[in-house]
Design a protein around this ligand. Structure first.
Ligand code: ADP
Ligand code: TRP
Length: 326
C-alpha cells in the first residue's frame, strides 16, 4: 500500500515556469512513490473572482491540459475538479459550525490578499473561509502528505488545528496531514520579483516559442559590462537557466559568468534555446491533447467520480461522529 498525497491548484490563468518548477514538476515525480490525488480548485478561484467568473471554465480546461501535457497520468493519479465533487461543499458547511472565526481571521494570507487585491472586495464570507475549504479538501481524503510550497504551510497548520478540534469535539481520530515541502526555489520573474500572475512578470509554461523568446530577452539584468566577471547567483536569467540544465552544463555556465567576456544577451539566447529543448515536445503533446477537449472533460469527470466515491465514505464517518447520520 502506497501512502496517499493530495494537492490542488486554483485555475486563475495560464501556468508559468514558477508553477512548474515550484509545484507541478514535483507532483509528476511524486506519482512514482505515492497514491496521488490532484485537483483543480475552482471553488477557490471563485472566492477571488466571484465578480468575473466568466474565465473559470476555460481556465479549468487549460489547466487540465497543462497538467496532462506536463505528465500527470490519469492512469496513475486521480485528477479531479473540486466543484464536481459535492462532498467538499457539504464538509465545508459542517466544519464551518465549529471553526472559530479568529482562527480564520489571523491566517497570514487573509489580510495580505485583502491588501494586495485592492481592486476587489474580498471581505466576503467565502473568502474568509478559503483556508477552511482547503482544510476539508484535505481531510476528505485522509492523505498522509500535502505537497505544497512554503507559502501554504500556515494553511496546512490551520488544517491540523481544525482536525484536532474535530477529534476533540466528536471523539474521532481523523488523521492530521503533514506538509510535504518541495525543495523548490522561489523562481524570479522577468522583473526579478517572485514570478507570479499577479505581478505580470511570468514566462508561461506553454507560451509560443516567439512570445517566450521575447519574454526571456526582456528579463531584467544588471548593467555589468560584457567584458567583466558576473555573479551567477545574482542573475535572474541564471536562476531559470540552472533549473533547465544538468549539473555539468550549470557548472560550465557558472564558469563563463565568472570569467567575464560573456554578455547577458548570450545567456538569454541560451535560455530561449534550452526552453525549446525542454518544453518544445511537451507543448506539442499539449497541442495534440487540446484537439479533443471532450476527452479532457472525460478524464476530469472520471477522476471526480472516483474522488466522490472516496470522500463520500469519509464524510459519512464525519456525519456519524457529529451525530447526524440518519
Ligand atoms: P501565482 O502566484 O502566479 O498566482 P499560484 O499562487 O496560483 O501562482 O501558485 C500555484 C502553485 O505554484 C503553488 O504551489 C505555488 O507555491 C507555486 N508557485 C507559484 N509561483 C512560484 C514561484 N515563483 N516559484 C516557485 N513556486 C511558485
Ligand atoms: N491554496 C492552494 C494554493 O493557492 C490551493 C489549494 C486549495 C490546495 N485546496 C488545496 C493545496 C488543498 C493543497 C491542498 O496554491
Amino acid at each position: 500500500m502506497k501512502d496517499r498525497i493530495l494537492s490542488g491548484m486554483r485555475p486563475t490563468g495560464r501556468l508559468h515556469l514558477g508553477n512548474y518548477f515550484g509545484a507541478l514538476k514535483n507532483w509528476i515525480e511524486l506519482q512514482k512513490t505515492y497514491e496521488c490525488f490532484f485537483f483543480i480548485a475552482d471553488f477557490h478561484a471563485l472566492t477571488t473572482s466571484y465578480e468575473s467568473p466568466a474565465d473559470i471554465r476555460s481556465n479549468v480546461e487549460e489547466m487540465a491540459l497543462d497538467f496532462l501535457a506536463a505528465g500527470i497520468d490519469p492512469g496513475k493519479s486521480t485528477l479531479f475538479l473540486q466543484s464536481l465533487v459535492p462532498t467538499h461543499a457539504e464538509a465545508h458547511l459542517l466544519f464551518s459550525m465549529f471553526t472559530p472565526l479568529a482562527w480564520l481571521e489571523r491566517t497570514p494570507s487573509y489580510k495580505e490578499m485583502i491588501e494586495t487585491l485592492k481592486d476587489r472586495d474580498l471581505r466576503t464570507y467565502g473568502f474568509l473561509g478559503y483556508p477552511l475549504l482547503q482544510t476539508v479538501d484535505i481531510v476528505l481524503y485522509h492523505p498522509k502528505f500535502v505537497p505544497v510550497g512554503v507559502d501554504q504551510v500556515p494553511h496546512i497548520e490551520l488544517c491540523r488545528e481544525i482536525v484536532r478540534r474535530f477529534n476533540h469535539l466528536y471523539k474521532s481520530d481523523l488523521p492530521e496531514p503533514q506538509p510535504l515541502l518541495t525543495a523548490s526555489p522561489k523562481l524570479p520573474g522577468i522583473d526579478g520579483q517572485k514570478m507570479s500572475k499577479s505581478y505580470n512578470n511570468t514566462i508561461e509554461l506553454f507560451g509560443s516559442a516567439s512570445e517566450t523568446k521575447k519574454r526571456i530577452m526582456s528579463i531584467k539584468t544588471d548593467s555589468t559590462p560584457v567584458g567583466e566577471p558576473k555573479d551567477p547567483a545574482a542573475c535572474n536569467v541564471f536562476a531559470i537557466l540552472s533549473l533547465l540544465c544538468g549539473d555539468a552544463e550549470r557548472k560550465s555556465w557558472e564558469e563563463r559568468y565568472r570569467a567575464g567576456g560573456m554578455g547577458y544577451g548570450d545567456v538569454k539566447k541560451a535560455l530561449a534555446e534550452k526552453y525549446e529543448e525542454v518544453f518544445g515536445a511537451m507543448r506539442a503533446r499539449r497541442d495534440e491533447l487540446a484537439r479533443d477537449r471532450g476527452a479532457v472533460w472525460e478524464i476530469l469527470r472520471k477522476g471526480s467520480a472516483r474522488a466522490l466515491d472516496i470522500s463520500t465514505n469519509h464524510l459519512a464517518a464525519m456525519r456519524r461522529a457529529i451525530g447526524i447520520a440518519y
